[in-house]
Design a protein. Structure first.
Length: 283
């Protein structure tokens, strides 16, 4: 006589399992808070500017995407982790988030809230220059500015020694249907050991800038260009991976007939990490 299969668990039993997991998750978050409290004492984070750690955060988000499975959407998991990370960063060293809304308010607000939650104070600005200036006058604040277009060359303010720099590009995980897909740069001051330098961002001023020159550079780097009529040229923000290198950009400009007037390294960030439609990740 065959044994009858075990009866499926009841709804009450499954809900008890969920309640137990919820309690464990809450307990782990409180334990994380205890460790952060000890970290503040050991590292004295408040004395080194922003507690934001772009290298560590980019790596954490990549690993999150790589190990994720199951029915829970990646959007949900990513947003939960971003709130956890950003809130505990804020607890270590309180900071404000200065956002440039001049190129679109709703998309920038979505990016700010998705990546930094609602605990971090949100300060709106109506130009990238104003957001960057606010960060320059702060101890550890962050600025969010568009990574793809600009009305003015705000990055010139990052050229001086001691000025804030570009330290990250968001979102850390890119995909076609991302709920906060607006590409933005994060500008701030962070400790040298917190930086990630897979992609360098350069401020470049050129003469002889035109559509043909732009097409020459497009396969090599991401470019934000603001025309400079006084010199028949442009102020460029150039993001180039280290395997290509900035020398290749200067060579390409020269061969395209442009003259480089000045250059300055104004930051760096992690390489773009893209999730294709198949669900697998690729750098």
């Amino acid at each position: 006589m065959t044994k009858a299969p075990p009866a499926p668990p009841s709804l009450q039993e499954l809900r008890k399992e969920i309640d137990a997991i919820d309690e464990q998750v809450h307990g782990l978050l409180m334990r994380r808070g205890d460790i952060i409290d000890r970290l503040i004492s050991v590292k004295q984070t408040q004395e080194v500017g922003s507690a934001f750690r772009p290298a560590r955060e980019a790596d954490m988000m990549r690993r999150l995407a790589q190990r994720h499975r199951g029915i829970l959407p990646l959007d949900t998991v990513e947003s939960i982790w971003r709130v956890i990370i950003s809130t505990f960063t804020y607890v270590q060293a309180p900071f404000s988030l200065h956002a440039d809304l001049s190129l679109g308010e709703s998309a920038m607000r979505d990016s700010a809230r998705f990546h930094f939650g609602f605990t971090v104070p949100f300060v709106p600005h109506f130009s990238a220059q104003a957001a960057v200036e606010a960060v320059a006058n702060s101890k550890g604040d962050l600025a969010l500015v568009s990574a793809t277009s600009s009305r003015a060359p705000w990055w010139l303010a990052l050229e001086a020694d001691g000025a804030p720099k570009i330290i990250a590009r968001l979102p850390f995980i890119e995909r076609a249907d991302h709920p906060a897909a607006l590409p933005v740069f994060v500008v701030s001051r962070v400790a040298d050991d917190a930086r990630v330098t897979e992609v360098e961002t350069w401020s470049v001023r050129v003469s002889g800038w035109n559509a043909d020159t732009a097409r020459t550079l497009s396969p090599l780097a991401e470019i934000v260009a603001v025309p400079d009529a006084a010199f028949d040229g442009a102020a460029l923000l150039v993001s180039v991976t280290k395997d290509i290198g900035f020398e290749a950009i200067k060579t390409a400009l020269f061969e395209a007939g442009a003259s480089v007037r000045s250059t300055a390294l104004v930051g760096s960030h992690a390489t773009r990490y893209t999730m294709p439609s198949s669900g697998a990740a690729r750098p």
